[in-house]
Structures are given as structure tokens and as C-alpha cells.
Ligand binder design. Structure first.
Ligand code: SF4
Length: 461
């Protein structure tokens, strides 16, 4: 029995699981009155915008400095200057423009910090003297990290820019990490029941947008400048994900003495219990009877399924590391066997991650955790190495492996565009535990029927 944390044993990537740092940095879509300006080729925005729009089935706005050949050789800061001016003219309500670097503009050495100073001293003073405008340089070269670290860096840089010491408040900073509107709703429900006031970073509940009588709406985030300023005065920070928000939590602790709790991602009953206990310790607020009941309902739903249908089911999980580890922990609680975890980058922090160490100590069967993994790591094991799976958990980019190798799959993570409405449902909290367990069960049931594999069981349970 072993559980090894290893790097994939090839150079190069075949069908990547992750995209690049600027994609994660563009998730500043969760901040109100903000339009990011991505400094690079237009494709660095186009494909991310497409992914985000496909995932949420909503429209939103993001800009590109659209660097062309001349800029790639001689530098393209003039395009940032023009881009900022155009955005301010075109969008009178925009207050924040993060300037997000990419691989090309980092390589040519464009000084986005310098251009921000120049714009603050020049354009903003001369042309927009009465307007509140914040330009935030965010360095996110694609040859470092992944979309996961891009998100982490962006939250840290926003917080670092705005957080300002003032009067202490009873609010908690809740850094959600890369989640869905349904998750934000569930987190707000849990905190609301405990009477805990929170600043949610970055707040993307609005990406489940309505069509209103006056027309369709472009989606916007809900975290405000005031929220960001107030993060320095909170009674504490809870970052639900270690790799997507952990940096900001540490910064607030170091710079402003705001105590930080990082993780665990509240996926499953166990981790949701810990989240509520952490909130209780941080705020002194009690966990009410209503949440004990919500927990009980989730346990009841899960108990109906776990031993009968989930026991010993072999699962592969891929995606963002906090999500993957949280799902693996939940699967173990359901008596399943997550046999293969694929993490799409090689963050050196993984080897010291206590949750991964815990998995390594606890599993009593063979489990592989592969860093810097790609989809070939999954496909090759299925095709050539005799890996047998009952279920795959991951985002839509792995759908062809599920189809080709006839392994049922539950879509979870980002992006999930080949199933309807998934962004409306939580995977966190007690509601998320119920939803996940029932999605997995229903997916297995459909597979049992499709393959005529003990489908009669469904008549009698
Ligand atoms: S890898 Fe580089 S060029 Fe490609 S999208 Fe990412 S930042 Fe842009």
C-alpha cells in the first residue's frame, strides 16, 4: 500500500488540466466597478473570456492591450496608456483597472509598475482629476505557476493595494477561492445562520445574473472598494483554499495583525464542521440548531447512498488542488477509493501540505498523487496501464476521456460548460455535500443502467 506524491515523468504537456497565470488573475471579475486590462496578445483575454462565459453562461467585460509585432519587439507600454484612457472614457463608472501582465510582456520587460506611476502622475491628474481611479499592477507571467497561483497573486495584490488600518470591526474576511455563485450563496447562508458578518473576496454571486425587464445584464462582481479597505480591520480572515487566497490571508496577518485561518476547503461534512468551528472560535458566535439540522439532513442523504453504492468505488480526481484534496477527503468519508489525484501544476508547497500528508498516512490501498499532471496521465493509465475506474471527478476539459473510456464522470471545478446550470449549485457546505453525493450517485445509477450492471438494485433500495 502506498500513496506517493510524484511529478509526471515526462517533459511537455499533452492536453493540459490548467491554463496560465493571467487567467487566474482575471478572476478579479469578482470586484465591483472593475475592468481588468490584460497586457499581452489579444488571445490571452479572448480564450479566458470564452472559458468564463461558457462556464457561467453569462457575459462580462475584460480588456486587452492587444500587443502586436511591433510592441512585442520594442515594448508596448504605450498600449497600456491608451488602453487605460479608452476604458475610462468608455466606462464612466469604472474605478479599478488592474493591469495584468502576461508571458510576452514580462519577457520583453514592460514595466507595468512604472507605467502606473506615469499614468497616476500624468493622464489621471490631467484628464480625470475628479475621478476615483485605481490602477493596480499584477504580475502574472504564464511561465510561472498556473491559473491557480494567478488567482492567489491577484487577491493578494488587490488586498495589498486597498487594505487600510482603521477602526476594528467584527467582520470576518472570507476569501472563497475559485468557486461558483452557488457556493457563495451557501457560504452566506452558513454565516447568516451564525449571525456572522463577512467581507467576501472575490464575490461572484452576481455571475448568476437575471434577465430584467429593462434588458439583459452584463455580470459584475460585488466586492467593493470599501470592503477591500476594511479587510485590514476585520477580526480575522478565513481563506477557504490554501492555494487560492492563502497569500492574501498571510499578508493581512503580517501587515495588519489580522489573524488568519487557511483551509480546510469546506467540502464534505467533516470540513464544513471545521469551517463552522473556525468561525465560532474567531467570532465567539454559537453554531445554531438550524445548522445542526442542516448537517443532519446532509448526513441522512449521504447515509442512504454511501455503503450501498459508493463503497470501494475507484475514483480519479483532477483540477484545482484545494478542490481535488477536498473531494478526495469527501470520497474517503463516503467509503470510496480515490486512486488517482491529478494536480495540474508543480507548486513546491504540495509536499508540505498537511492534507496531502494526511492522505499519505491514512490510505490503506494504492493511491497516486501526480503533480504537473496533464490529461495524458489519466488517459495513458486507462489505455495502457490497466487502470480501472468507476468514476471521474473533474472539469469539462476531461469529457472526452470519460466518453472514450466509458467511465462515468461528475463535472466539478472550472470550467464546466457541457452540463447545464452547474454553477448554480454549491459543492461547499452541507448543501454541497448533499449535492455532490447525489450527483455522484445519480451518475453511477445512469451508468449501471447503460451498462446493464446490477441496475435491478435500483428497484429495491
Ligand atoms: S500562455 Fe502566455 S500567450 Fe498564452 S494565454 Fe497565457 S499569457 Fe497569453
Amino acid at each position: 500500500m502506498s500513496c506517493e506524491l510524484k511529478k509526471k515523468d515526462r517533459v511537455g504537456v499533452i492536453n493540459p488540466i490548467f491554463t496560465c497565470q493571467p487567467a487566474g488573475a482575471q478572476v478579479n471579475i469578482g470586484v465591483k466597478d472593475t475592468i481588468g486590462l490584460v497586457h499581452g496578445g489579444q488571445g490571452c483575454v479572448m480564450f479566458v473570456r470564452l472559458l468564463i462565459s461558457q462556464h457561467f453562461k453569462e457575459s462580462f467585460e475584460i480588456a486587452s492591450s492587444s500587443v502586436h509585432e511591433e510592441g512585442a519587439v520594442f515594448g508596448a507600454l504605450n498600449r497600456v496608456e491608451e488602453g487605460v484612457d479608452v476604458l475610462l472614457m468608455r466606462y464612466p463608472d469604472v474605478k479599478i483597472i488592474p493591469i495584468i501582465s502576461t508571458c510576452s510582456t514580462e519577457i520583453i520587460g514592460d514595466d507595468i509598475d512604472g507605467v502606473v506611476i506615469k499614468l497616476n502622475e500624468g493622464l489621471l491628474k490631467e484628464k480625470y482629476p475628479d475621478r476615483e481611479v485605481h490602477l493596480i499592477p499584477i504580475h502574472s507571467p504564464s511561465f510561472v505557476g498556473s491559473m491557480v497561483s494567478g488567482y492567489d497573486v491577484a487577491v493578494r495584490d488587490f488586498v495589498n493595494y486597498f487594505a487600510k488600518k482603521g477602526k476594528p470591526s467584527e467582520k470576518v474576511n472570507l476569501i472563497t477561492g475559485w468557486v461558483n455563485p452557488g457556493d457563495v450563496t451557501e457560504l452566506k447562508y452558513l454565516m447568516g445562520e451564525m449571525n456572522v458578518e463577512a467581507t467576501v473576496l472575490f464575490e461572484i454571486e452576481g455571475f448568476d445574473s437575471p434577465v430584467m425587464p429593462d434588458g439583459n445584464h452584463v455580470s459584475h462582481g460585488n466586492t467593493t472598494i470599501e470592503d477591500l479597505r476594511g479587510t485590514a480591520n476585520a477580526c480575522g480572515t478565513i481563506a477557504l483554499n490554501r492555494y487560492e487566497g492563502g497569500k492574501a490571508a498571510k499578508l493581512l496577518e503580517k501587515k495588519f495583525d489580522v489573524p488568519a485561518i487557511i483551509g480546510p476547503t469546506p467540502i464534505g461534512i467533516r470540513n464544513t464542521d471545521t469551517f463552522l468551528q473556525n468561525l465560532k472560535e474567531m467570532t465567539g458566535k454559537a453554531i445554531p440548531e438550524s445548522l445542526v439540522r442542516a448537517r443532519g439532513k446532509a448526513i441522512d442523504a449521504i447515509t442512504d447512498l454511501s455503503h450501498l453504492f459508493f463503497a470501494d468505488k475507484r475514483v480519479a480526481i483532477y483540477g484545482n488542488p484545494d478542490l481535488v484534496v477536498g473531494l478526495a477527503e469527501f470520497c474517503l468519508d463516503l467509503e470510496m477509493k480515490p486512486v488517482l489525484l491529478l494536480l495540474g501544476d508543480d507548486n513546491p508547497g504540495y509536499k508540505d501540505d498537511s492534507r496531502i500528508k494526511d492522505l499519505q498516512e491514512k490510505v490503506d490501498y494504492d493511491m497516486e498523487i501526480v503533480m504537473n499532471a496533464d490529461f495524458w496521465d489519466l488517459e495513458d493509465r486507462l489505455k495502457n496501464q490497466g487502470l480501472e475506474l468507476d468514476l471521474i471527478l473533474g472539469h469539462s476539459k476531461g469529457r472526452f476521456i470519460s466518453i472514450d473510456y466509458k467511465v462515468p464522470m461528475v463535472r466539478v471545478g472550472f470550467p464546466t460548460y457541457d452540463r447545464a446550470g452547474l454553477h448554480r449549485y454549491p459543492v461547499v457546505g452541507y448543501a454541497g455535500a448533499t449535492w455532490l453525493a447525489e450527483q455522484m450517485a445519480n451518475t453511477l445509477f445512469a451508468d449501471m443502467e447503460y451498462k446493464n450492471n446490477k441496475e435491478w438494485l435500483l428497484n429495491v433500495w
